[in-house]
Design a protein around this ligand. Sequence first.
Ligand code: PLP
Length: 434
Amino acid sequence: MNLDELVFHPWAVQGPRDVPTLVGGSGSHVTDVSGKRYLDFSSQLVFTNLGHQHPKIVAAIKEQADRLCTLAPGNASDIRGEAARLIVEVAPEGLGHVLFTTGGTEAVEHAVRMARLFTGRPKVLSAYRSYHGSTTTSIHLTGDPRRWASDTGTAGAVHFFGPFLYRTAFGSSTAEEECERALAHLEQVILLEGPSTIAGLVLESVTGSSGVIVPPAGYLRGVRELCSRHGIVYIADEVMVGFGRTGAWFGVDHDGVAPDLLVFAKGVNSGYVPLGGVLIGDAICEMFTQRPYPAGLTYSGHPLACAAAVGAITAMHEEATVEAAARLGTEILGPGLKELAGKHEVIGDVRGIGGLWSMELVRDRTTKEPLVPPGAVGASNAPMASFAKACLERGLLPLIMGNRIHVAPPLNVSDADAASGLAILDDALAAANF
Ligand code: PLP
């Protein structure tokens, strides 16, 4: 019996699957049960920023496991404190405390709760084309079709359009125009919803799984300014892009912005042990020096997860991973993917930054009709499935989201591996049944 059939898979039609069973890994590669190696161009779900089996992270987990595997959150813990110190040290100005969670979704839930307690207001704004998690609040904030099946319209979420020049909602033709118009639109939404009803605004600093959309320069600064002007808590969702993915420690750093709350997960410890958290601004933290924070988790700041964070962040400093991610984007992935767009008519747009890129596949470059519709499964998704199969046959693990191929190798991928990944994508694009 294929034991994978006993596992209920998130976001998936259940039933037998034709996928390799992975049993090992090292650096940018994973190995299946037959010994075949695959270059991991997905960093799994964009979290193994330091690749697989990084010796420093593995050693940190082992050392902590030998010393003290677990502790309740109420105890003081040396490793938890050290993880918090390392996180705060690289965080934007004014974010001096960390609430640890076990992942990104929980971090979003807690940030929203804090914003509501701080302002006494009910609503939360978020962008169309966003993903913030799959629990009740976070799925309602999610702005893409993954929300639809769960949306009861009762969570106080209000959506707005962020800047996205390729499919502009504002008829813009330049990034500057798109930025200006998106900010004017957001201001209208705030004014018409009523600023006194809006607790917070949650925004991915670079939109990740809903399209890899990099905001134009000045947009995040404009959002910061609007939130400050209207007393709205600005929550930066850095679950996917925090800890180096974009070639900066955090996505907000590209625009020189400090949010009131910042949620993180994934790259904080390359996902070796589940960990997420909320970086908390001083004003909000101050409120909870007068009264208790009314929420918690049994595994908040789990020692093994915190040890993995200490190992990962230390390695990132030692190996200059953030700088490597910036170079990966400007010198290798950006130019390489644009070259692919020159060869393959099916690629409508290439966009990204650092170690996070996307090729959007279209039926027609003029109409920009997506190659497969949103939420496509089965026959309607056949073109993307045939591309995925072509990648796996050639020894590459791809990350496919709807009509897009996301490209997100480990940030420490070697130049040679990155080049061979690009060559496999080229070959698979030619071989796929589009
Ligand atoms: N926010 C963003 C931007 C994400 O990309 C994700 C997950 O991909 C989440 C929140 C949810 O995080 P998790 O899956 O760790 O709960």
